[in-house]
Design a protein around this ligand. Structure first.
Ligand code: AP5
Length: 217
């Protein structure tokens, strides 16, 4: 079962994708993570996208479609793929439909995580991750059980994203409303859209997503 988690920056897409990986053995395909990995490894593409990402703008369709194509044609995912942060434009949505058809697969559902903008500032500015294992945290919503020590791996090397500040968030939100929100209508018209309340607690959102997946199981 292949699904899209759709929502603005900070809606909780990455948080819920990781829960689905753990609970259902699905494979998370996050274009944001792929682009950050390209930056860290210093590839030409990574250098090209770094400034665009830090400014909160969208990377070109060509680059992200290429990344997804590479993963879809090389990764086995018996539990299905979770598309996290992709597609983000109508061109990307069309390309995803074509790529899935080419590998003999389809899209089971698109889950819109609905949140309001005011909550996003706190979520984004409070977010950090463990630099050793990637576990995600938040200053107030999800601090580690023991301050300064990762619950998952015991490391203490926490980091914050360069684009997790209010100025960049404003640009990322503009990009979401201008380029990505038309996908809500696009997938509604295809009969694939389901909506969950992204403002609920993490466990409540996970339960709502579980219910949405039962509708299409
Ligand atoms: P990307 O990495 O995709 O970032 P994003 O879409 O802006 O989403 P985020 O990762 O910021 O938020 P999220 O929804 O995953 O929230 P999270 O679960 O972490 O993209 C980064 C950049 O890469 C883009 O700006 C662009 O430049 C480029 N890019 C990527 N894909 C692209 C594409 N397809 N096309 C073009 N460019 C692309 O949660 C946030 C915080 O809130 C966490 O601290 C978490 O603990 C907390 N939280 C989560 N859920 C809850 C809850 N229910 N209650 C309380 N707190 C919660």
């Amino acid at each position: 079962m292949n699904i899209i988690l759709l929502g603005p920056p900070g809606a909780g897409k990455g948080t819920q994708a990781k829960k689905l990986v753990d609970s259902r053995g699905m494979v998370q395909l996050s274009t944001g993570d792929m682009l950050r990995a390209a930056r860290t490894s210093g590839t030409e593409m990574g250098k090209k996208v770094a400034a665009i990402m830090d400014a909160g703008q969208l990377v070109t369709d060509e680059i992200v479609i290429g990344l997804i194509e590479e993963q879809l044609t090389s990764t086995r995912a018996p539990g299905g793929f979770i598309f996290d942060g992709f597609p983000r434009t109508l061109a990307q949505a069309d390309a995803l439909g074509e790529l899935l058809a080419r590998v003999g697969q389809n899209l089971a559902t698109v889950i819109e995580m609905r949140v309001d903008d005011a909550a996003l500032v706190d979520r984004i500015t409070g977010r950090y991750t463990c630099g050793d294992c990637g576990e995600g945290y938040h200053d107030t919503a999800k601090p580690p059980a023991k301050a300064g020590i990762c619950d998952n791996c015991g490391g203490g090397n926490f980091k914050r994203r360069a684009d997790d500040n209010e100025d960049s968030l404003k640009i990322r939100l503009m990009a979401y409303y201008k380029e990505t929100s038309p996908l809500i209508g696009y997938y509604y018209a295809k009969g694939l859209l389901q909506v969950v309340d992204g403002l609920a607690s993490m466990d409540e959102v996970a339960a709502a997503i579980g219910g949405a997946l039962e509708n299409v199981d």
